[in-house]
Design a protein around this ligand. Structure first.
Ligand code: F6P
Length: 536
């Protein structure tokens, strides 16, 4: 069936059906199992969505071109057409076997860089490579976007595995970020990693220069306290950073996909090279699943199709990622970049307008905190927010396992409540049992109604470990890829971040009272107000 006809069929299915999730369970005793995918210790349940078998078949028809695009990506073709680049971040997860027959040169390069990183990390961790005041006690990663979010998110997720120097992350050009981070650190025992793929990003280079000043004020040779991660090794040389401490990567690794390679150096320093390799192994296992599982049993494919159903067909504008794991607190922010920078596009690969909406707004917070903040809207608001719950069966605090059970119970209860809801009769009965009667009961009852039939998915792992974190991140990467292929856009460029960067440069002189041509009246008056507040 031509792809347009598939979209039309899905729209028709959505318009014609009044699918009710609890009714789908009543009609199909095997629904829970039939709409759950189990792979390599992970469980992905999408049964609490208004997708039935017919809709699923129609969604699967969207993936006709997927295998060809997937194979093109995983064999090094330049599928990032607007930048003329291959997309091979997955190769970083396969240092031992080439990602594709003929990919030996790429594998060898990946393995060599990984070995250099491991040797550097080992020597820092065992104190053989030292700062000017002794063994390094702290590492400050200076980067932004993909050069920050990946390692920062993973470092927090893997706190129980950290046995190296303390890790800190500075990203915002707001001096508060750098100042608050450096306060209390010993410059002579702090390693500063400047992480920037391009080594030109203004936020990162400004922070790096100020960190250099901080070091220069306290140690004789600041260069000895620096390392760099970049694919612009010519630019790192201008900083006089010892080439032995510079870790380069190829242009086929996009910023938001770069945690698996040298951008993950800070993480490796914290958890050690062996656990970093477990992280890679988890990602590699997800690659293997993505490559081999039939689409209907393929986790990234089904996660993507559920997402496409909710946003592009049903029109739900956002999706919430709700990890019931405190240490996955930065996962929503990480996924915001991964999903929105990748699929937040309005033009298809061939330059024409997209025929369907781009990716949705992604947001979220760890449960149970979110329950006491925004879940009110999720349960009773007028817009529907598909929820993606993520939970780990076991925590890392055996003495606090009763906390963990409570956490898990909340996670299960929320998806159940969203699906089941509470109708007016139930609400009235409940209130009557509480002693309310007559006009007061009538007035109050509707406030207690939950519409229900609200969709969610649940992803389970046994525990958040380096391996399972690798699985989760690769799962979401491939989900983004599948959605991008179906929508016909390029998930691997990010032209949309350019304009603001350019204008920031041209606007800056206004704050010094200089005249800048072609400025709009609002910007001029805001700049003037700021100048006045700053004392002219
Ligand atoms: O925000 C745009 C972006 O280019 C991201 O894609 C990237 O992760 C981030 O800036 C940082 O870029 P760099 O690593 O080159 O400093």
């Amino acid at each position: 069936m031509p792809i347009d006809a598939v979209w039309d069929r899905l729209t028709a299915l959505h318009q014609a059906s009044a699918l009710n999730i609890p009714a789908l369970f009543a009609a199909d005793p095997d629904r829970a199992e039939g709409f759950t995918i189990r792979a390599d210790g992970m469980v992905f349940d999408y049964s609490k969505t208004a997708i039935d078998r017919e809709t699923r078949d129609a969604l699967l028809a969207l993936t006709a071109d997927l295998n060809a695009r997937r194979d093109a990506m995983l064999s090094g073709e330049k599928i990032n057409e607007t930048e003329g680049r291959a997309v091979l971040h997955a190769a970083l997860r396969h240092p031992d076997t080439p990602l594709w027959p003929g990919g030996e040169a790429v594998r060898a390069g990946v393995a060599a860089t990984l070995a250099r990183m491991a040797s550097f990390a080992t020597h820092i961790r065992d104190g053989e490579i030292r700062g000017q005041g002794g063994a390094f006690t702290d590492v400050v990663n200076i980067g932004i976007g993909g050069s920050d979010l990946g390692p920062a998110m993973a470092a927090r997720a893997l706190t129980p595995y950290q046995d190296g120097p303390r890790l800190h992350f500075v990203s915002n050009v707001d001096g508060a970020d750098l100042a608050d981070t450096l306060r209390g650190l010993d410059p002579a025992r702090t390693l500063v990693i400047v992480a920037s793929k391009t080594f030109t990003t203004i936020e990162t280079m400004t922070n790096a220069r100020s960190a250099q000043d901080w070091l220069a004020a306290h140690v004789d040779d600041p260069a000895q306290q620096f390392a760099a991660v970049s694919s612009a090794t010519d630019k790192t040389a201008e900083w006089s950073i010892d080439p032995d401490r510079v870790f380069g990567f190829e242009d086929w690794v996009g910023g938001r996909y770069s945690v698996w390679g040298p951008i993950g150096l800070s993480l490796m320093l914290g958890i050690g090279p062996q656990r970093f390799r477990e992280f890679l192994r988890g990602g590699a296992a997800m690659d293997d699943h993505f490559r081999s599982a039939p689409h209907a049993r393929n986790m990234p494919v089904m996660l993507a199709l559920v997402g496409l159903w909710h946003h592009q067909i049903c029109g739900y504008p956002t999706r919430a990622v709700l990890p019931y794991a405190q240490r996955l607190g930065r996962l929503p922010a990480y996924l915001q970049q991964l999903e929105m920078e990748s699929n937040g596009k309005r033009v298809a690969m061939d330059g024409s307008d997209l025929t369907h909406g781009s990716g949705p707004v992604v947001w979220g917070e760890p449960g149970t905190n979110g329950q006491h903040a925004f879940y009110q809207l999720i349960h009773q608001g007028t817009q529907i927010v598909p929820c993606e719950f993520i939970a780990a069966a076991c925590g890392h605090e055996p003495a606090l396992d009763h906390h963990h059970k409570l956490l898990l119970a909340n996670c299960l209860a929320q998806s159940e409540a969203l699906m089941r809801g509470r109708d007016l009769d139930e609400a009235r009965q409940l209130m009557a049992a509480q002693g309310l009667t007559g006009a007061e009961l009538d007035r109050q009852a509707r406030h207690r109604v939950f519409p229900g039939n609200r969709p969610s998915t649940t992803l389970l792992v046994r525990q958040v470990t380096p391996y399972t974190l690798g699985q989760i991140i690769a799962l979401y990467e491939h989900r983004v890829f599948v959605e991008g292929v179906v929508l016909g856009l390029n998930s691997f460029d990010q032209w949309g971040v350019e304009l603001g960067k350019e204008l920031a440069k041209s606007v800056a002189p206004l704050l010094d009272g200089k005249t800048v041509p072609d400025q709009d009246a609002s910007t001029l008056s805001l700049a003037e107000a700021l100048r006045e507040m700053r004392g002219g």
